[in-house]
Design a protein around this ligand. Structure first.
Ligand code: PMP
Ligand code: GLN
Length: 393
């Protein structure tokens, strides 16, 4: 047979699918793939159900339904003080995943370089490579995940077309500081590049920290494509409704990518997300505070088992260092072995953090645990780990 695509032939199945399948096989508590186990607000789900029944189920407008584009613009104003024209600057996509692809397509030509920050979400590097562009990786160093400024500056050069980064950041739960964002903005400006800002966790931020879109910094409104996801903002990850806020000059290009990728996104879900974005401030505040409580429960439980839990300033995830288990209980494997071990032996599943690195020299003593689960599920997971590693529940 004639050869097929060599790049796709060379990559594996995503770690989220692999670990969820392993969790199902062992009936283990799945703290791997990041999805809440309780659906988001009833009124948003009801709006989607009602919208299915009112006879508007044919193709919606390609860039998104008007009410959602206006709602995204209004949310930009309400939460971040951004002045956005919903009809000229917002595109609705099938999840943030499609938004990422469309934003890259809008600016990247084959051979261009795109700066990526490790540890990174698992689709970034494949997407860049599928476009024939070249990823340039810069690593944050655990346990503090500070931005290595000299290395970041060195990664930018004449071929750099864009930086793509994520704050609050999956998997390490870092929130970029105003100072770090200012540094990134300086490089973007100096090298005349674009920034693709994956901000799907913008509302999942803890301890009184504030999410700052790069787009709000001086000079950045013309260079940033800012991506949100209803999946995260409304705890409805299966809906796959994303949205991009971009400069007027870039939006037609993002929309041309979108028209050739999926063309549109389910109209009832779009209209329900517009309802969701109009919810009062209390909804967004309690979304974050509720997750923060869950983070605290899981972090305390993992510490009690003997893992060193790294700070988690946002997202659905805590990262835990299991190296101390070597001395306490004699566990000596790497992160892949650890995640398999706890799935099979303890009945709890996590994600090996090395999956979020491109090169084999990734750190191999961290596991990512999702805390977007019911308290009883988190407590059960902790009890299982205690029983397995400490012999007590
Ligand atoms: N970016 C990051 C950092 C994510 O964690 C996710 C989670 N799924 C996505 C993008 C994709 O979002 P969506 O499900 O809306 O495609
Ligand atoms: N974003 C989710 C995570 O990081 C999973 C998304 C997916 O399964 N593709 O766990």
């Amino acid at each position: 047979m004639r050869g097929t695509n060599s790049y796709l032939g060379s990559i594996g199945t995503t770690i989220f699918t692999v670990m969820s399948a392993l969790a199902a096989e062992h009936q283990s508590i799945n703290l791997g793939q990041g999805f809440p186990d309780t659906d988001g607000p009833d009124d948003v789900v009801r709006a989607a159900a009602d919208a299915l029944m009112d006879g508007r189920n044919q193709y919606p407008p390609m860039p998104g339904v008007t009410e959602l584009r206006l709602a995204v613009a209004e949310a930009n104003r309400r939460f971040h003080g951004l002045d956005v024209d919903g009809m000229r600057q917002v595109t609705v996509t099938s999840g943030a995943t499609e938004a990422l692809a469309a934003c890259l397509m809008a600016v990247v030509n084959p051979g261009d370089e795109v700066v990526l920050i490790e540890p990174l979400y698992d689709t970034y590097a494949p997407m860049v490579r599928m476009l024939g562009a070249i990823p340039r990786f810069v690593r944050l160093q655990p346990p503090h995940w500070d931005l290595p400024r000299a290395e970041l500056a060195a990664a930018f050069g004449p071929k750099t077309k864009a930086i793509l980064f994520n704050t609050p950041m999956n998997p390490c739960s870092k929130v970029f500081t105003a100072d770090e964002l200012g540094f990134i903005a300086g490089l973007v400006e100096q090298h005349d590049t674009y920034a693709i800002c994956d901000e799907v966790y913008e509302h999942l931020i803890f301890d009184g920290l504030r999410h700052i879109p790069l787009m709000t910094l001086p000079g950045m409104a013309e260079r940033c494509m800012r991506i949100g996801s209803a999946g995260k903002t409304f705890s409805l990850t299966g809906w796959k409704v994303g949205y991009v806020t971009a400069p007027i000059a870039l939006t037609p290009l993002i929309q041309k990518a979108h028209q050739n990728l999926t063309f549109t996104t389910a109209p009832n879900l779009q209209r329900a997300v517009a309802v969701g974005l109009g919810k009062d401030d209390a909804y967004f505040a309690s979304l974050a505070s509720d997750l923060q409580d869950r983070r605290d429960v899981l972090a305390a439980g993992l510490s009690a088992v003997g893992l060193t839990v790294l700070p988690a300033q946002g997202t659905y995830f805590v990262t835990a260092d299991f190296a101390p288990l070597a001395a306490s209980v004699g566990f000596n494997g790497d992160d892949v072995a650890f995640c398999r071990h706890i799935t099979e032996q303890a009945g709890v599943t996590a994600i090996p953090v090395s999956a979020f690195y491109d090169a084999p020299d990734a750190p191999r003593h961290y596991a990512r645990f999702a805390f977007c689960k019911r308290f009883e599920v988190l407590n059960d997971a902790i009890a299982r780990l205690r029983r397995h590693f400490l012999g007590t529940a």
